[in-house]
Each structure stands twice: as structure tokens, then as C-alpha cells.
Write a protein that binds this ligand. Structure first.
Ligand SMILES: NC(=O)c1ccc[n+]([C@@H]2O[C@H](COP(=O)([O-])OP(=O)(O)OC[C@H]3O[C@@H](n4cnc5c(N)ncnc54)[C@H](OP(=O)(O)O)[C@@H]3O)[C@@H](O)[C@H]2O)c1
Length: 238
């Protein structure tokens, strides 16, 4: 069976058995080097995946209702987040953007069939007159960032039953810290960069409370290594 088919079968079955009704099923999907770098320096754009792994990313997009990234990835990479290398529907693009910095010229603002959803804080005073986005203000409860629990509840209420989180590093780290990611698909590119790490400080002291991938699957795909599996958290999972 092809790697594409294996990942699709696994993901479809995981989504079916997902029981929470107050948030979407959440998959983290990103590329990193062998030493865990997501890019050279924070804010640098670097394509790490080979062609075949890139097709998997597009296939994964087609298997989720929504796709979420952080504002810093919008600013540095200006991605489209559409399904181009695979057959299927585009997921709903969603950006975490506490300070409403979404640039008017971003490609996400000229999406072929969806208006980008920008999640920000309720007390956000700055205006963003961008007519091409839908802004959702979320109660901040003293947080500097958009609170993920409330954001995920809102997305589920808006019929996002499955969500692919494509980065960047800060966003990946915050989802892991919150114990909110259910599945992970990592493309490991065969380089060593000594760069900006995909997973930052998880602020966990006990090994038993760290995220664990189990079962974990792996396949070589051209020059890359693809690793995927279910995420579990230790005793301290929120
Ligand atoms: N290799 C890959 O697969 C891949 C994928 C994506 C990105 N990247 C790279 O990653 C880099 C960007 O990553 P990054 O870590 O700098 O930024 P990021 O994760 O893209 O965005 C983080 C920002 O999102 C906003 N945010 C709002 N609510 C948040 C929340 N609850 N949790 C986390 N963030 C929240 C914050 O900015 P505000 O305070 O302004 O709201 C935060 O600083 C770029 O260099 C990009 O090229 C690589």
C-alpha cells in the first residue's frame, strides 16, 4: 500500500473514533530537518519537503475541514494553504493573530473559494479594514495570545470537525503544551540546520506528562522520512 493510502486510512479511522464534541480533531503537520529545525532562523522561509512529501501535505489538507497557522507564518511565508498537488476540497483557512496584523496583500486574502478566518482577542483595539477576511474576537481571559480552548470551541461550533495545524513553531508548541493535538504527521528532511526548532519549551518537568506518539508509523518517501501517529499525553493532560 502506498504511503499516501496508509496515512489516509489511519487518519480517516482516527477521525471516526474521535469523541470530543467541543473541539475539532486536530492534526499537527510540518516539516523539519533531522536536528528538529523547522527553518534556519525564525521568520526565514525554507522549503524542506521533497515533491512526494509535499503531495502528502496537500492530501492532508484535503482531509481536514480547516487549516490553521500563526500570523508569523503568514508574514514570513505568505502561503495559500490550498489543495493543488492532490484532488480534493480546500480546507477553511484560519489564522491566529492576536494583534490583527493580517496583511491586506496576503495570498490568504485572495483565496479561490473561501474568506480567511482571523482569530483575534476581544480587547483588540487596532482596526483591520481588510474586507477580504472574517474576524472573530475571542475573550482573552488575561492571555496575550488567542486562547486555544475557546478558539477550538468556536471552530467546532462553526462546523470545523477536523483541523490541520501547519505551523509555525510557536503554534505547534502551544498546541502541544495545551494537550490539544490528537495526531501528528512529520516530514523529516535529510539535513542538519542548527536552526529554529519546530517544538519549543513545553514547560513540562515530568517525562510522564510529555506528548508521546503511539502507535508511531514511519516510511521513507524519496529522500525524506515520514513519521506519523497518534499523540498521547501523560497524567497531566489538561
Ligand atoms: N517547515 C514547516 O513545516 C513550517 C511550517 C510553518 C512555518 N514554518 C516557519 O516557521 C516560522 C514561523 O513560526 P513562528 O514560531 O515564528 O510563528 P508562528 O507559529 O507562525 O506564529 C506565532 C504567532 O501567532 C500568534 N498567536 C496568536 N495566538 C496564538 C496561540 N494561541 N499560540 C501560538 N501563537 C499564537 C502570535 O503572534 P501575535 O502575538 O502577533 O498574535 C505568535 O507569535 C517561519 O520562519 C516559517 O517559515 C515552517
Amino acid at each position: 500500500m502506498s504511503v499516501n493510502q496508509q496515512i489516509e486510512n489511519w487518519l480517516v479511522s482516527r477521525k471516526k473514533s474521535f469523541l470530543h464534541s467541543n473541539r475539532p480533531f486536530i492534526t499537527l503537520a510540518f516539516a523539519q530537518t533531522l536536528d528538529g529545525s523547522i527553518t534556519t532562523d525564525q521568520g526565514d522561509t525554507l522549503a524542506l519537503s521533497g515533491l512526494a512529501s509535499n503531495r502528502i501535505t496537500h492530501q492532508l489538507r484535503s482531509l481536514h475541514d480547516g487549516i490553521l497557522i500563526g500570523i508569523k507564518t503568514v508574514i514570513s511565508d505568505d502561503p495559500q494553504l490550498t489543495v493543488r498537488e492532490w484532488q480534493g476540497e480546500n480546507p477553511q483557512p484560519i489564522v491566529l493573530d492576536s494583534q490583527l496584523r493580517m496583511p491586506a496583500g496576503a495570498k490568504l486574502c485572495t483565496h479561490p473559494d473561501k474568506r480567511c478566518w482571523v482569530l483575534t482577542l476581544q480587547n483588540q483595539e487596532s482596526e483591520n479594514s481588510n474586507a477580504d477576511i472574517d474576524i472573530f474576537r475571542i475573550a482573552e481571559n488575561g492571555a496575550d495570545f488567542v486562547p486555544l480552548d475557546s478558539a477550538m470551541k468556536l471552530l467546532r461550533e462553526k462546523s470545523i470537525h477536523s483541523l490541520m495545524v501547519e505551523g509555525g513553531a510557536r503554534v505547534i508548541t502551544e498546541f502541544l503544551k495545551a494537550g490539544l493535538a490528537d495526531a501528528i504527521v512529520m516530514t523529516i528532511a535529510p539535513g542538519l540546520l542548527g536552526g529554529y526548532r519546530a517544538v519549543g519549551d513545553l514547560e513540562q518537568t515530568l517525562a510522564s506528562s510529555l506528548p508521546l506518539v503511539s502507535p508511531m508509523f514511519a516510511e521513507k518517501l524519496e529522500q525524506d522520512l515520514l513519521i506519523w501517529g497518534d499523540l498521547h499525553y501523560g497524567e497531566n493532560k489538561p
